[in-house]
Design a protein. Structure first.
Length: 443
């Protein structure tokens, strides 16, 4: 994929083996800047944590990480991070042996040949790390007995810049003072389908601690962009929502000061009959976790209300003052209880966040929130048969759909009707508030 035909021409002129007809380009009549968020996680067989997790930007033109690890200063462009093994060497020994056994059975090849096949698909860096471990497996039933077979802590460089999208996946990169001058050819170009898959792979952080399940995670060879030669490691790549679900933090870090955030959530704001969120005294009595539960997690964590989740690192995402969330909750609850679209526009003070590198020297950001909540004003306008269908299994818990398992026997699939109805409700919310939105943003 590429941003436009000019970029395609530039790429194919330098890479004559590529065919311009194979590229997908953006529609020139749509906004020029399009990006999808991902999470750069640990290399295969290693463990992600808050010291090494990083944002992964994907666009038709460029992909990668311009910042370094998130736990750095705003001026950092590249940095070294370390990864600890996800499992012990003996646990890994057993996993590798099972892989070899399954290949030996399926391919009907000798055990020794299966080991050579396993090493053949590893990068040079992975051979250096795991080659001795593979060689030490003597037969289909051998057990781990060599205590010296310990996977080392892995230190590498991430960040430093972006790479043209088609070239992601190469084994090595060469960088000089003018930038990238050579990348080894990847086995296949990075595609739009892979970017979409990565940006939807919420399961990656949940599978990351469990080595056998890591093989199900999207993976690409990745290297930091630093001067000299750098060899790639096969990093796991997951949904950007594992790190921060709205995408606002990276936009603000990149200098955006006006944004519209479409928040599709599976959570209803607490009913006013349970807690009146416009009563300031309830916040004085409640714990942070209670306040978190009253609202919407992907917004609450930006104001410092979060809890540790198995699927992400939301507890590091506060960029706005806590007390401003109280006003958001009051407005959101009021609109939802009246059956109106939850559309809220406000200016928010930005605070220092060393994990992301945001700074309070930037005074504020103007945000319009468009949040899917039950909207009886919209539902009353639907055809009668559609209104009746909302109470059936065709639209379970509409409009609160989870990322996975919305429908029976479907891991991530939603029906066309479910998607179209959500889109129609969002369109209604915007059309009913278009003057409010444009006046606030000065459009």
């Amino acid at each position: 994929m590429a941003a436009n035909e000019n970029q395609v021409s530039a790429i194919t002129s330098l890479n004559p083996s590529l065919d311009s007809n194979d590229f997908l380009v953006q529609n020139p009549e749509r906004p020029a800047y399009f990006t999808m968020g991902g999470t750069l996680e640990a290399p295969l067989l290693y463990q992600s944590d808050e010291s090494n997790i990083a944002y992964f930007k994907m666009s038709p033109s460029y992909v990668g990480n311009p910042y370094g690890n998130t736990n750095s200063t705003a001026t950092s462009t590249a940095g070294q991070v370390s990864y600890a093994p996800a499992w012990s060497a003996c646990d890994l020994y057993e996993v590798i042996q099972n892989w070899i056994n399954s290949w030996s059975l399926k391919q009907k090849i000798k055990f020794k040949a299966a080991k050579e096949m396993l090493k053949a698909i590893l990068s040079d860096k992975e051979k250096e790390l795991f080659g001795d471990l593979i060689d030490s497996i003597e037969n289909e039933t051998s057990a781990c007995s060599n205590s010296s077979l310990v996977l080392p802590v892995l230190t590498t460089t991430i960040g430093g810049g972006l790479l043209e999208a088609f070239a992601l996946g190469g084994q090595k990169v060469s960088v000089d003072t003018y930038g990238i001058n050579n990348v080894t050819t990847p086995d296949s170009p990075f595609t739009l389908g892979e970017a979409v898959g990565i940006s939807s792979a919420a399961f990656v952080s949940q599978f990351n601690p469990y080595t056998p399940l890591q093989v199900l995670n999207p993976r690409e060879n990745y290297f930091g962009i630093v001067e000299g030669e750098q060899e790639g490691l096969q990093h796991q790549l997951g949904d950007g929502g594992n790190l921060e679900n709205t995408g606002l933090v990276t936009l603000i870090r990149d200098g955006v000061r006006k944004a519209i955030s479409f928040v599709n959530t599976r959570e209803a704001i607490v009913n006013v009959s349970t807690v009146d969120l416009c009563d300031e005294s309830v916040y004085e009595k409640a714990s942070d976790e209670e306040i978190y539960e009253w609202g919407i997690d992907q917004i609450a964590n930006l104001f410092g209300y979060s809890k540790e989740l198995s699927s992400g690192w939301y507890m590091y995402n506060q960029i706005f003052r806590k007390e401003q969330y109280h006003d958001f909750l009051c407005k959101a609850q009021t609109l939802a209880s009246e059956g109106k679209p939850v559309v809220i526009a406000d200016s928010y003070e930005i605070i220092d966040n060393s994990f992301w590198g945001t700074t309070s020297s930037v005074i504020k950001a103007d945000i319009v929130w468009i949040v899917n909540q039950k909207c009886t004003d919209f539902e009353s306008l639907l055809p009668s048969e559609t209104q009746q269908a909302l109470n059936t299994s065709d639209f379970p818990d509409y409009p609160y759909y989870p990322t996975m398992l919305t429908n029976d026997n479907q891991v991530t699939t939603m029906t066309k009707s479910q998607i179209n109805l959500l889109a129609a409700q969002t369109q209604y919310a915007v059309s009913q508030n278009i003057e409010y939105i444009t006046n606030f943003l000065g459009l």
